[in-house]
Design a protein around this ligand. Structure first.
Ligand SMILES: [Zn+2]
Length: 217
């Protein structure tokens, strides 16, 4: 089934402009893999950005600027065919989205017997706030608010957060506008999610605040 919940246009424009943090981009890219609708939107926004750039009048570059550009091009050139493809990341025997390839997944830790999490460390951006969450059927995560953007991709299972019901392949987006939400997993089964936040969450419960520094979100 095709995903029913997608990123906002603002987030997709940031992705097209290369303006998302590496962690948020990872989660959005995991969504893009299974969402033809968002693949089309991204192509549209990239094409629109390219067309706008073409309309800008050409500006002369100084010799120093040209030199800097060549240095950047040289340092950025990596022949893709020489890169060793990273093995897919697996959880419980299931392959996770290819966007996670090359990431190191930390050990599973408990916040509560019904809520486990594992840190996702990006090879080039290890400080990004990205985690995998395994939440038992019927359980609610600690109530929290946001500072900046939060993206959550559902890998299996489903949860609802008072705004919508999110199932496999769906992307839930929340920001400062979403006050104190408390996603709850549906009764049908465990939910596995990939989540990233731009800035640390505002967690209201004592239990959540105790674990927040460890979880890094
Ligand atoms: Zn989508």
């Amino acid at each position: 089934m095709s995903p029913r919940h997608h990123s906002s246009d603002v987030t997709m424009v940031r992705r097209a402009a290369g303006n998302l943090s590496a962690g948020l981009q990872l989660v959005l890219d995991a969504h893009l893999e299974s969402c033809p609708h968002c693949q089309d939107r991204l192509r549209l926004f990239e094409a629109t950005g390219g067309a706008l750039l073409e309309q800008l009048p050409p500006a002369p570059l100084s010799g120093a600027s040209i030199e800097k550009i060549f240095v950047r091009i040289d340092s950025a050139t990596v022949a893709p065919s020489r890169r060793r493809p990273a093995a897919p990341v697996r959880v419980d025997g299931k392959a996770l989205p290819a966007a996670l390839s090359g990431c190191a997944i930390g050990p599973w830790r408990y916040v509560h017997p019904k809520l486990r999490w594992a840190k996702v460390k990006l090879p080039d951006a290890p400080l990004e706030r990205v985690i995998l969450l395994k939440i038992a059927a019927g359980f609610s995560v600690p109530e929290h608010g946001h500072r900046g953007l939060e993206l959550t991709q559902v890998l299996s299972g489903a949860f609802s957060d008072g705004r919508a019901l999110y199932g496999p392949g769906d992307l839930a987006e929340a920001d400062d506008e979403v006050k104190d939400h408390q996603p709850r997993v549906t009764a049908e089964g465990e939910c596995l999610c990939l989540a990233a936040v731009e800035h640390p969450l505002r967690i209201n419960s004592l239990l959540g605040r105790l674990f927040q520094p460890l979880m890094g979100i």
